[in-house]
Design a protein around this ligand. Sequence first.
Ligand code: PMV
Length: 351
Amino acid sequence: MSVLVRACAPSNIALVKYMGKREGNIPENPSLSLTLDALHTVVGVKRVEAAAGWTLQCAGLDAVALERATKHFERVQNAVSELWPSFGLQAVGSAQVSMESHNTFPASSGIASSASSFAAMTLAFLAVLTKDPQLFKAMWSAPEQGRALRRLAARLARQGSGSASRSFDGPWVFWEGEDAHSIQSHLEEVAHFVVLVSRAKKAVSSSEAHQRVKTSPLWAGRPERALERASEIRAALLAGQWNRIAVEVWREMWEMHSLFHTSVEPFSFWEPGSLEVLKEFMPLFADGSPGARNEKTRIPIVTMDAGPNVHVIVPLTEKSMWQEKLRCTFPKYEILKDGQGAGACLLEVSS
Ligand code: PMV
């Protein structure tokens, strides 16, 4: 008998960044993100019974990605055999598992592909390593059991890639210490764009960036500043104050990239096009600009991840206007379009 599972997890874009970590991918500061929707990873896994032991085959992964995926599989397998009895589920004892994965966007270019990949892998592994995957699926969709399973999944995914823990909930997610969960907001629904300056794979991995930023003279006080900013944005989300968020997110993006630029040795994810795009938005955030002073005109929420591409978040009601504006202002670059999402889900479970 074989079992097939397909899980989908969206990427997320941090408004307050997770940058700097401790053992087990415990962040130095809380972070806050928007869960995306169309920019996601789909992981398909197939389980075939085996008399004893485990094998995992992963199609199309390079050596580094394969090692991370195998380690993550073992992590989920250990968790399942230890914890499933307390959830009333049974773990599979041995099997041959094969995995396929694809992203709807370019990987490793600052659109948090590790977040969506590890979230999707975690959910797919959890389901496929359960004797009765249909029962797992039913529990995942049930309100209370689902919450407990999502919490477990987010914790496991975090150990593979920290930001993956924010891809199980949505649209606004707060992550502090071991746990990430959605937070209340009175902000209107949003549209999200990426100005795709480059598809090139980034030269410095985020794992390395997490270590290097601690050598920057700007690291002193960074966890405290990020904590304060996360609290400020959380309060602004609750109050539905768009521009208060936009101004803080803009500052946060410059701060994270300044950490990169002042590390020993300095490094940068920026391409000439990144600065070209940022400069277009700069006047909107100038002290005297109407958007930065009041809530009458919405200024876009602009940020960058650890990559050269620029993320732009606008009210959904202004989506077409901004799409046209971005297209005309940056004719050289592809514009990816997305919206807010609700987190990882199971697309298919069949046996
Ligand atoms: O989850 P990691 O280790 O790939 O780190 C992600 C770090 C940033 O994407 C730069 C920021 C964030 O909070 O997502």
